[in-house]
Design a protein around this ligand. Structure first.
Ligand SMILES: [Zn+2]
Length: 333
């Protein structure tokens, strides 16, 4: 039997990654990526997404007609049923009501579907990654924002409107910091890379020293409240390696808040596993370590003991593999 392929595209906070995936093995056959631009409007974003798709096909030496389908996972508000990207508050203010699934299907002449980026990543992890063998797990991805998904008995929980699992908007400090969604005290406002960056820039403005002024001299002079002013996870990792006290303190603090949010989720869901992924998690093991200690200390003892906290098995590829799977499934409907 000939191999079956899907094209998965992951639209995240720093980049758009596309990959052609062998659906039987989860293997990435070819890939391409582009940086995300905060200035993009709907048409510019669509162009970038299409060019990443074309690049991934080229790198796999395949044509669109070889695909079972295309899936797009997007870090934003999505109407998965209609395939419409409603808005991307953390990525670009100018993308509104983009019927991206239809536009991709028209462009590549194969079925296409849209879903929440972490829902898609959870499917990738369930099928080929750290979720294999777990009956129920939470997937939590930390990057520019924080996304989540709940898989129970092997099934992704969507909820009535498809928003289930949004742990980034769980309240960790009642009446606390303003969140990107307009709410107050949500986990994302304390533990996402944007939140860590704001905290660091604020402390540096108030006179604390950090190696970040040498690593990113341009960034530290910018307005800390602009959502696109963030330190890359790799830069934070370098600062930790250099034993920078301020960065260590800020990352530990973010890990603690992450652990507080996860502890509540563990109490409510009682999962076998928590799978942590995303750029900040991959680059900052200190954050994972502190979150793990905090869950042990703060959640109820029985579910805390059962929940293994692990990192994503597919690394950077969870999203594209999951997206390829949903794309192919939409093609079979
Ligand atoms: Zn929020």
């Amino acid at each position: 039997m000939a191999a079956k392929y899907g094209l998965g595209i992951d639209y995240g906070g720093t980049k758009i990654l596309g990959a052609v995936v062998d659906l039987a093995t989860g293997q990435v056959i070819g890939s391409a990526k582009k940086r995300t631009s905060f200035a993009d409007g709907s048409e510019e974003l669509l162009e970038r997404i299409i060019s990443v798709g074309v690049g991934a096909l080229k790198s796999a030496s395949l044509k669109a007609k070889d695909l079972e389908g295309i899936g797009l996972g997007a870090a934003g508000q999505v109407d998965a049923k209609r395939g419409v990207l409603l808005g991307t508050p953390n990525l670009s203010q100018a993308v509104v009501d983009l019927p991206v699934a239809k536009r991709l299907a028209d462009e590549f002449k194969v079925p296409a579907t849209l879903a929440n980026d972490v829902h898609v990543a959870a499917l990738g992890e369930a099928r080929f990654g750290a979720g294999v063998g777990a009956e129920s797990f939470l997937c939590v991805f930390v990057g520019t924002g924080i996304g989540g998904a709940i898989v129970l008995r092997g099934k992704l929980m969507l909820g009535r409107d498809g928003t289930a699992g949004e742990i980034g908007h769980a309240t960790v400090v009642a009446g606390g910091r303003l969140c990107g969604c307009g709410g107050a005290g949500h986990l994302e406002a304390y533990a996402a890379r944007t939140a860590i960056s704001r905290r660091l820039l604020g402390e540096m403005k108030r006179g604390r020293n950090s190696i970040l002024s040498d690593l990113e001299p341009d960034l530290v002079n910018k307005d800390a409240l602009r959502s696109d002013v963030t330190f890359r996870s790799g830069t934070l990792a370098t600062a930790i390696e250099e034993k920078d006290a301020l960065v260590i303190e800020a990352v530990r603090e973010a890990g603690w808040y992450l652990g507080i949010g996860l502890a509540s989720a563990v109490n409510i869901v009682n999962p076998d596993r928590i799978i942590l992924g995303g750029g900040a998690i991959e680059a900052l093991p200190l954050m994972v370590e502190v979150a793990r200690e905090t869950v042990r200390a703060e959640a109820l003892p029985v579910p805390a003991k059962s929940a293994d906290i692990v990192t994503a098995g597919l690394g950077d590829h969870s999203g594209v593999v999951g997206a390829a799977i949903i794309g192919a499934e939409s093609g079979r409907k």
